[in-house]
Design a protein around this ligand. Structure first.
Ligand code: 5GP
Ligand code: ZN
Length: 112
């Protein structure tokens, strides 16, 4: 198993956990781009949003629900952003689907 995030989910690599349940695992980004920067990933390996087929609809919805739940726990009532970089042009650097939850500062629009 060579996937960075599969290793984190499987506890073969260390991480700082934020939330977990039977479907998802959330942990602090190692290079935070905001005061709150959390990655939310499915426990099962899905390479990117492009591989999240119709049979994954419930899981994809659960990932979004978990992101909102964590944002609430982190008291991001002033706002936050969910980012899902998909593919090379978007800068996806880890090929295991992940949601970025960013907050705790003013976020400019549009993103770069
Ligand atoms: P991407 O560029 O694929 O959208 O985001 C990948 C994210 O994963 C980056 O923000 C990067 O800092 C984070 N990351 C990469 N490797 C690790 C790691 O081993 N541990 C943690 N906690 N974050 C990682
Ligand atoms: Zn993986």
């Amino acid at each position: 198993m060579s996937c960075t995030f599969c290793k984190i989910v499987g506890k073969q690599s260390p991480s700082t956990p934020v939330y977990e349940d039977e479907l998802v695992y959330a942990f602090a980004d190692i290079h935070p781009k905001a005061p709150v920067h959390i990655l939310i990933v499915p426990r099962e390996h899905i390479g990117s949003l492009n591989e999240g087929g119709k049979d994954k609809q419930a899981l994809l919805g659960h990932l979004l629900w978990a992101a909102a739940e964590i944002a609430c726990q982190k008291k991001l009532g002033n706002g936050y952003r969910i980012v899902v970089n998909t593919g090379g042009d978007a800068g996806q650097s880890v090929d295991h689907l992940h949601l970025h939850l960013l907050g705790g500062r003013l976020l400019t629009w549009p993103p770069g």
